[in-house]
Design a protein around this ligand. Structure first.
Ligand code: SAM
Length: 277
């Protein structure tokens, strides 16, 4: 077909996805910057801003790949802790809120305030790149890298305060199953957050975006990663993914409550979130 992977049967999809990310792992970060003109960084920052995690929170980042979300999570927590320290050093200016946030803790062996992020991905090549990055940045403590399938997570029930999946869920074969798993591993009150390509609503922007993605992305894939097909798959998987409203209903059907979304960059990307009751 025109888009290459359109006729791939369901059973083949997981294999294809695995190959795509195995092939691009080493070049993944460069490609992200090149293809999104760096804007993926802003979308990820917006996710963290909306999450506003407090020290002590435990994050599971599914389809976490090379660790972008987990790194931002750790940095965000660190900046919160710095702020708390700063406030504690100025006792005259403490607010009642400080007592609440500083008593927020988990029973981790790391003690109170110890935040943890688990990066889970089906592809060990992607995780390997992420882990190397974490080591070289000196931010490995508190991070855990786990090979696992979003459809069958290797974690016990009710373990995490926040579940994130960024640009990952469209690669999963059975989305409903992945949403069920998110429900299962979250603690009651825990939050589900998903960043994913979505539907551009402005017709002019939609035309530009179509032209850009169908014509430019496979070319960039070929030039930078020597891999036209993987990037053709990427474009195709974006087109097939449900739009904002449809995906919202899927999240609600999985049992999450207070589901809402915001669109970024005219709908190129949407952030959906919901809570487990
Ligand atoms: N979250 C990272 C980011 O935003 O940069 C990586 C996103 S990357 C586009 C998609 C990731 O989903 C890949 O690392 C791929 O291996 C992973 N993936 C695909 N299918 C998966 C599955 N069933 N379970 C877990 N991870 C999966």
């Amino acid at each position: 077909t025109h888009f290459g992977f359109e006729t791939v049967p369901e059973a083949e999809k997981a294999k294809r996805v695995y190959k795509v990310f195995e092939n691009v792992a080493q070049k993944y970060d460069i490609m992200n910057d090149a293809m999104s003109l760096g804007i993926h960084r802003l979308w990820k920052d917006a996710l963290l801003h909306a999450m506003h995690p407090l020290p002590g929170a435990r994050l599971l980042d599914v389809a976490g790949g090379t660790g972008d979300i987990a790194f931002r999570f750790m940095a965000y927590i660190r900046s919160q802790q710095e702020r708390q320290k700063h406030r504690a050093a100025r006792p005259m200016q403490t607010s009642p809120w400080q007592d609440i946030s500083s008593s927020y803790s988990t029973e981790d062996e790391g003690g109170p305030q110890e935040s943890r992020a688990v990066v889970c991905d089906i592809n060990k090549e992607m995780l390997k790149v992420g882990k190397q990055k974490a080591d070289s940045m000196g931010i490995s403590p508190g991070l855990l890298w786990v090979v696992g399938d979003a459809e069958e997570l290797p974690f016990d029930d009710a373990q995490f305060d926040i579940y994130t999946i960024a640009f990952g869920i469209r690669n999963v074969t059975h989305i409903e199953q992945a949403l069920q798993e998110a429900q299962r591993v979250l603690k009651p009150g825990g939050r589900f957050m998903c960043l994913e390509f979505s539907k551009v609503t402005n017709p002019l922007l939609a035309r530009l975006y179509d032209a850009y993605s169908f014509q430019m992305i496979p070319v960039l894939g070929e030039v930078i990663a020597g891999d036209w097909k993987s990037y053709q798959y990427l474009v195709e998987s974006i087109r097939k993914f449900p739009d904002q409203e449809e995906f919202k209903h899927m999240i609600e059907d999985a049992g999450f409550c207070c589901v809402r979304y915001s669109s970024f960059t005219g709908g190129v990307v949407a952030l959906h979130s919901g809570f487990k009751l």
